[in-house]
Design a protein around this ligand. Structure first.
Ligand SMILES: CC1=C(/C=C/C(C)=C/C=C/C(C)=C/C=O)C(C)(C)CCC1
Length: 377
C-alpha cells in the first residue's frame, strides 16, 4: 500500500468525497448567490458584501501559503548552502516579471499553461501515489489536462469577463484575448474531463467522479476569484500538504502528527510574512494590488516548478539502491516501522513514474542530515 491509511482516508475515501461535494456545493452556491460572488471584490474590509469572499480568501491563504512557503525551508543543508538556491529562486521569478513587463499577453498565457501543468501534474502524482492513476499515456495526459485545466480554463473561459479589469491589468489591456483563448480551449477540457470521468466510472471509482464534479460545480457556480481561492486552499494546497506530511513521516520514521508539526514549524515564518504582506496590501491597496499579487504568485510558480523539476531530475539520476541504502538505515535507527524503507521505495517508485513536480517527495528524497552528509549535492 503506497500511502498510509490516514492519508488515504484524507484524500480518497468516498466518505470524504461526499463531505467535500456537500461543502463545495454549499460554498459555490453561497458564493454565487452572494454579492461577493460577482467577483468584483478585493478590499474585503471596505465592502459590506465582501465578508464571505474575505473568509474564503483568508482560508485559502492560510491553507495555501504553507505549501509553497516551504520550498526553500525543506531543502537540505545549512542556510549558507540554501542561500544561493533561494537567490536563484527569487531571480527566476524576477526574470519572469521582467519578461512579463516586455511581453505581458504572451507571458500571462505561458504562465497559465505552466499553472495547468502544475495543478495537473500534482493531481497525477497524487493519483499515482494512491494507486488510482489510469493506465496508458493518453489517459494519464487527460488527468493532467482535466485536473489542471478545470481550475484555470473554466474560471477564465466561462467567467473571465467578471475579472476583465484584472486581466487587462495583467496584459496591458488585452484581457479579452486571454478570455478568448481560454474559451477556445474549453472543448479540449471537456474531452479530457469526459475521458477521465469515463475511466473513473468504468473502474467504479465513484469518489473521483464526485471529486471532479465538486471542482466543476465550484468553478461553474462561483465567480473566478473566490472559486480559485477555494480550489487553491481546499483542494490543491490541502492535498499537497497531506502528501508532504506523509512523505516526511516515512522519511523520518515518525507519526503524521509529528511530521505535521515539523512542517508547520518550517512553514510558519515564510507563511506569516506572506499572510502579513497580503493583509497589509489588502487594507491599504486597491485593485492594482490584486493585479500585482497575482503577477507575483504566477511568477513564483516558475521557480517553484523549476525547483521541483530539478529535485525530480536529481532523484531520477540517483540509482535506486543509493536511495534505499541512504534512507533505510535512517528509518531503522530512528525507530521507523519495520518495512519502512520498502514503503518509501514503493512511494518513490510510484511517483517517479509521473515525472511530475514533486513537492511531496522533497523530503522523501532527502534523508535526515546525519546520515547523508556528503551524499547530497
Ligand atoms: C489570472 C487570473 C486567475 C488565475 C490565476 C492562476 C492560474 C494562478 C496560479 C497559481 C499557481 C499555479 C500557484 C502554485 O502553487 C484567476 C484567479 C482564476 C482569476 C483572476 C485572474
Amino acid at each position: 500500500m503506497p500511502l498510509r491509511s490516514s492519508i488515504r482516508w484524507l484524500v480518497v475515501t468516498p466518505r470524504l468525497a461526499v463531505v467535500a461535494v456537500g461543502a463545495a456545493v454549499a460554498v459555490g452556491a453561497a458564493l454565487s448567490a452572494h454579492p461577493a460572488g460577482a467577483g468584483t471584490v478585493w478590499r474585503t474590509g471596505a465592502d459590506p458584501g465582501a465578508g464571505l469572499a474575505g473568509v474564503v480568501l483568508v482560508t485559502s491563504l492560510v491553507a495555501g501559503l504553507p505549501h509553497g512557503a516551504v520550498d526553500i525551508a525543506r531543502l537540505d543543508g545549512s542556510w549558507r548552502r540554501r542561500a544561493p538556491i533561494a537567490g536563484s529562486y527569487l531571480l527566476l521569478s524576477a526574470a519572469a516579471v521582467g519578461i512579463w513587463l516586455l511581453q505581458p499577453l504572451v507571458t500571462l498565457l505561458a504562465l497559465l499553461a505552466v499553472s495547468v501543468a502544475h495543478f495537473g501534474a500534482a493531481d497525477l502524482e497524487l493519483a499515482d501515489a494512491i494507486g488510482a492513476a489510469p493506465d496508458g499515456r493518453v489517459r494519464r495526459f487527460a488527468v493532467v489536462v482535466a485536473s489542471g485545466g478545470l481550475p484555470v480554463l473554466l474560471p477564465l473561459g466561462l467567467h473571465g469577463t467578471a475579472v476583465l479589469d484584472v486581466l487587462d491589468g495583467l496584459t496591458g489591456g488585452r484581457g479579452v484575448a486571454v478570455v478568448q483563448v481560454c474559451r477556445a480551449l474549453l472543448p479540449v477540457l471537456g474531452v479530457a474531463v469526459g475521458l477521465l470521468v469515463g475511466d473513473a466510472v468504468r473502474r467504479h471509482r465513484w469518489h473521483h467522479v464526485l471529486d471532479l464534479t465538486a471542482v466543476l460545480v465550484v468553478f461553474v457556480a462561483a465567480a473566478p476569484l473566490p472559486a480559485f481561492a477555494a480550489y487553491f486552499g481546499l483542494w490543491h494546497a490541502w492535498r499537497q500538504t497531506g502528501l508532504m506530511i506523509d512523505a516526511d513521516a516515512r522519511a523520518l520514521g515518525v507519526g503524521h502528527r509529528t511530521a505535521g508539526a515539523r512542517l508547520l514549524r518550517q512553514a510558519a515564518l515564510p507563511s506569516l510574512v506572506g499572510i502579513a504582506a497580503v493583509a497589509v496590501l489588502a487594507v491599504v491597496g486597491d485593485r492594482t494590488v490584486l493585479v500585482w499579487s497575482l503577477a507575483a504568485v504566477l511568477s513564483l510558480t516558475v521557480p517553484h516548478a523549476a525547483l521541483t523539476g530539478w529535485i525530480t531530475h536529481r532523484r531520477g539520476r540517483r540509482p535506486s539502491h543509493t536511495r534505499s541504502v541512504s534512507t533505510g538505515p535512517t528509518l531503522r535507527r530512528q525507530g521507523g516501522s519495520p518495512g519502512g524503507a520498502t514503503d518509501l521505495r514503493d512511494f518513490l517508485g510510484s511517483t517517479t513514474r509521473t515525472g511530475a513536480p514533486s513537492d511531496a517527495t522533497m523530503t522523501a528524497i532527502r534523508p535526515p542530515r546525519s546520515t547523508v552528509e556528503g551524499t547530497t549535492p
